[in-house]
Design a protein around this ligand. Sequence first.
Ligand SMILES: C[S@@+](CC[C@H](N)C(=O)[O-])C[C@H]1O[C@@H](n2cnc3c(N)ncnc32)[C@H](O)[C@@H]1O
Length: 471
Amino acid sequence: MEQFPIFLTTTGGSLLIVGGGVNAARKARLLSKASARVDVVADAPVHPELQALADTGAVTVHARPFTDEDVDGRLLVIGAAEDDDALLSRVAAAARAARVPVNVVDRPDLSSFLMPAIVDRDPLVVAIGSGGSAPVLARSIRAKIEALLPARTGALARFADGFRSTVARALPADARRRFWEWVFDGPVSSAVLAGDEPRARSALIDRLNRNQAGETPGLVQLVGVGPGDPDLLTFKALRAMQTADVVLVDSLVSPEILECVRRDALRIDVGKRSGRHTMPQADIQALMVDHARAGKRVVRLKGGDPFLFGRGGEEREHLLAAGVPVEVVPGVSAAFGCAAATGIPLTHRDHAQGATFVTGHARDAEGAPDLDWEALSRPGHTVVVYMGVATAPAIARRLMAAGRNPATPCVVVENGTRPDQRTLPTTLGALADTVAAAGVSGPALLFIGEVCQAAVADVAVQAPPLAAGAV
Ligand SMILES: C[S@@+](CC[C@H](N)C(=O)[O-])C[C@H]1O[C@@H](n2cnc3c(N)ncnc32)[C@H](O)[C@@H]1O
């Protein structure tokens, strides 16, 4: 490491920028965030942004030529004059002679320190340096970290700081570390990041009291992981998966997503496929309670969104009744993922004024779901059927009997958003035959409604239909 990263205390110090152009303006914008006096020396009219900073009092502009004495007593000096190598060399030499750290823009050879790319979540700051060799790479990494750190991360750091001495008095060092890990990865952090500090405060105090009483309550997170494409995971889901002690996985979770789970977390397969329950729901719930009571962070991974045909509601009720803290992390439901992947707008000003999500699970004596067929058969309305492959013939029959036009466009999407996605365009009248002929065996959705016309047209343009309309 040729440069050693440090965070310099600037409070009460004074910083100097030499130059008045766009480079100086950029540096001034950055340095004005430090609590220090910022002087700018420039002998020509300054850039408008620099002038605007001067007008607010964030920097002071001295309209005169640079003298060597300008560097005296400074914490840092920045040489930012464009196209004036002689002046930049003078600034660098004067700063070195006065033993003041100096940075000259785009001239590592004249600099004694480099300015990092910064992600600012004050008081939390991330600085990224590449030793001057790849500033564009450093900026691209900064953009990724910007996206990873929620906007209120700084608020979280300030919130935690407010409790530091209380926690230090209440807990011994080892317990303290586990306590803070819990704060930053659990419901307290989620509440602060959501802007709800009162809720965060009471959760933190409750946990602190329990820790002092020797209890180590765990947490269950019901995490929606979307329909299969790992790029559809939320940052929150990823964080939960990477901090879990125990992970319960069901069969709709794709292998690519499982790759994102912390390696040394205990994995329990509680997979369910249509008609074959490998673990009864009551046992799954008991498992979650047992692990959480042992103080573990339990993550229950669920395909799509936990609260849409995912039994998330009943699991949450059960956990709360057992006194186990629970958090729900939403996911992209299959309807949204598949709609986006196939170009089906669920609503459209010209074609559908609403959309309804229904389960296709057979409920009545004739093997059809128990649904409000009159309401679902209205034109200008999209119906999305989950778990409807087996009952597709009954569903189509009921909708047509209630008045929906047999020519209504439909699309069956199997394994949506995954590499093996199949898109089967059809009509309501031909839905049953399409499903049977294609031998749909993976998770699939039935989209029914005029909005499917767009997807059908797209699919026809992209590639001619294969046998049975499979694409
Ligand atoms: C028990 S439900 C779970 C739904 C999930 N909670 C959600 O929000 O997507 C399972 C059904 O979701 C649908 N499904 C899940 N993943 C899918 C995918 N990748 N492509 C198509 N349908 C999917 C299928 O209808 C499947 O039978």
